[in-house]
Structures are given as structure tokens and as C-alpha cells.
Design a protein around this ligand. Structure first.
Ligand code: ZN
Length: 234
């Protein structure tokens, strides 16, 4: 499922603050082999170029979370404009082939242009901020989809409390009518993590899929412990 021309334009407009040079699709050389590059290049006239900066995955693990908090990426995610989607007009919902998207659609009614694959390997660390790469899954989707993906990514280690604080800060910018605004963020994180684990498990028995299933499961266990400790306090 690839975004059509309308989405492409919308993404360029809406993400102009996220992609500092409008229309630029920066792809580090190491990732070219992993992308369906030929297909995307033909469909979207993608301008591939090599940028000699590390991805967030190449930053030391201990420094990734504090980098994220200071990078402006969370601020820009928050600043995304609302987009009226087909489902808001009463049309069919996106056929959700991934569990995280389906779960996001049940908890969040505000749609925005989503990167669709916001993991630290797709975040380039530049001198003055960041660039996002890997736009091949970009689409109109519930804004929580991107927000959850980056804030609850196991390759950006931090405490569950820190994740929840940032998540709640992002959710505070959702529409007043969005169910997320009044939901318990622990419950929501729990549900989205379970969906994400299902998605990773569905990728098959590869070392990377197994690693992610284990990492997300650890985070789920941490969230359970956090919930138990806060319930004990109250
Ligand atoms: Zn929402």
C-alpha cells in the first residue's frame, strides 16, 4: 500500500517542518539495499542522495533518549496539522494489515500525515537537528501511530515513566474529541504494545523479528510492573 500523489503532496506540505528541505528524501547509503528503492523511485520520483550523518541507531544507546527529547522531532510531531481522512468522512477505513494501525484507529480519531515507520534507524542525526528517511510507508493515519512508534521504541532505551510523560505530552495535542484524551495512558500503551508485538511476531522467525518481540515484551513487563507499583501506592 503506497501513498498516492495527493498524499505525497500533503506529506510534503504538512511535514515541511520535519523535512527541512522540502521534497528531500534522504537515504543513507547503508539503507538503500533494504528499501524497495526501484519501485519507490519510479512511483514518487524520489530523489535519493547520500548524507554522511549517522542514524539514531548509531548514537550510543545511553544517549538516544536525551537526544530525542532535545531534537525537535517530538515538537514537530506535535505540530502536525489535522487531516480530514476518508474514515472521518464516513468512508471505508484504511484496510489495516498491521495490528498497530488497527489498534491506533480504535483509540485515536485524529488523523495526520504519518511517516509510518518511525524507528531510530529512519531518524538521521544532523548537526542542527534531524532528517527522516524511509518514507515508503508514509500515509494518512491516526497521529498516535507515529507517536507511539518513536516514544515506545525499545532501541531508544529509557524508563517507562519517561516514555509515559512524553506520550501524554503528545496526546495533549490531540483533538478534544479524541478518545485518547480521556484514556489512561498506561492502558493505551499496553494495548498498542500488544499490537506491536503481534506485528513483529508476524514477520516470521528471523533474528531481527525475534529480537524485537523480546524487546517489546520486556517493555510490556516493565509497564505491568509500573502499573502494579502505582496501584500499590494509591
Ligand atoms: Zn487522537
Amino acid at each position: 500500500m503506497y501513498p498516492n500523489e495527493h498524499y505525497k503532496r500533503a506529506i510534503e506540505e504538512r511535514y515541511s517542518s520535519i523535512v527541512p528541505q522540502s521534497g528531500l528524501r534522504a537515504v543513507p547509503m547503508a539503507h538503500l539495499g533494504a528499501l524497495p528503492a526501484t519501485r519507490n523511485a519510479r512511483d514518487f520520483e524520489v530523489d535519493f542522495r547520500y548524507i554522511d550523518v549517522p542514524s539514531l541507531c548509531e548514537v550510543s544507546a545511553d544517549a538516544r533518549w536525551s537526544w530525542l527529547e532535545g531534537s525537535g522531532l517530538l515538537r514537530d510531531l506535535k505540530a502536525r496539522s489535522a487531516v480530514t481522512s476518508k474514515r472521518q468522512k464516513g468512508g471505508a477505513e484504511t484496510s489495516a494489515t498491521d495490528n498497530l494501525l488497527a489498534a491506533s484507529q480504535t483509540v485515536c480519531t485524529c488523523d495526520a500525515c504519518c511517516h509510518g515507520n518511525l524507528d531510530p534507524g529512519n531518524v538521521l542525526v544532523t548537526d542542527d537537528g534531524y532528517l527522516l528517511v524511509g518514507w515508503d510507508l508514509a500515509r494518512i493515519a491516526p497521529r498516535v501511530y507515529d507517536e507511539f512508534s518513536i516514544v515506545f521504541h525499545p532501541d531508544i532505551p529509557t524508563s517507562i515513566e519517561n516514555r509515559l510523560v512524553q506520550f501524554e505530552d503528545l496526546v495533549a495535542r490531540h483533538d478534544d474529541s479524541c478518545p485518547l484524551r480521556s484514556a489512561d495512558s498506561v492502558d493505551v500503551a499496553y494495548m498498542l504494545l500488544e499490537a506491536k508485538i503481534k506485528d513483529c511476531a508476524s514477520w516470521g522467525d528471523s533474528p531481527e523479528a525475534n529480537r524485537l518481540v523480546a524487546s517489546y515484551s520486556d517493555m510490556l513487563a516493565e509497564l505491568k510492573g509500573y502499573r502494579a507499583s502505582t496501584m500499590a501506592e494509591n
